[in-house]
Design a protein around this ligand. Sequence first.
Ligand SMILES: Cc1cc2nc3c(=O)[nH]c(=O)nc-3n(C[C@H](O)[C@H](O)[C@H](O)COP(=O)(O)O)c2cc1C
Length: 173
Amino acid sequence: MNEVLENILTRRSVRSFKSEQIKDDELNLILKAGTHAPSAMNKQCWQFTVIQNKSKIEVLAKVIREALGRDESYNFYAPPTLILLSNEKDNPNGLADCACALENIFLMANSLNIGSCWINQLKAICDEAATREILTSLDIPENHIVWGMAAIGYPNATPKPHSIKNGTIKFIK
Ligand SMILES: Cc1cc2nc3c(=O)[nH]c(=O)nc-3n(C[C@H](O)[C@H](O)[C@H](O)COP(=O)(O)O)c2cc1C
């Protein structure tokens, strides 16, 4: 099978991670893939914030839990690496650009047998005081929204494949 398609078909969202940290050269490949994603008008005005500090990941999860009334189990699935994809608030393509970067990240990770999952909850609460305070402490610019996060690590479980809906492709000839 074409190896790009095979990578796409075998990627699954992973929601259980080993605590062992991924290797720096693996992280660098993942970030290279992310930063080579397309961006509208090639602006590349995103920021990739990589957190590999367990307690900082836990503090961020706690702030989100408190803002959204989530229970203690909300912890991004406790990944050893969390990548925050942020972009300028007034960039109308900020979310689309970050989504392209995230998919590149997921596919590169999959090709290295590293698990990944999109974590979505931060985007709506970036400008709440407690959230902005922690984002600022992570060097995320005040004018940025975190559109998505990638939980990354060696998988601790093998997610099952899911079916693909029929009828989502229309041909007009
Ligand atoms: C925009 C977006 C937001 C998502 N947010 C979350 C999330 O917050 N938590 C989570 O566990 N998975 C999240 N996912 C993962 C989806 O649930 C997952 O991609 C979907 O169930 C299909 O499964 P697959 O990724 O294994 O193909 C998100 C995916 C997308 C594209």
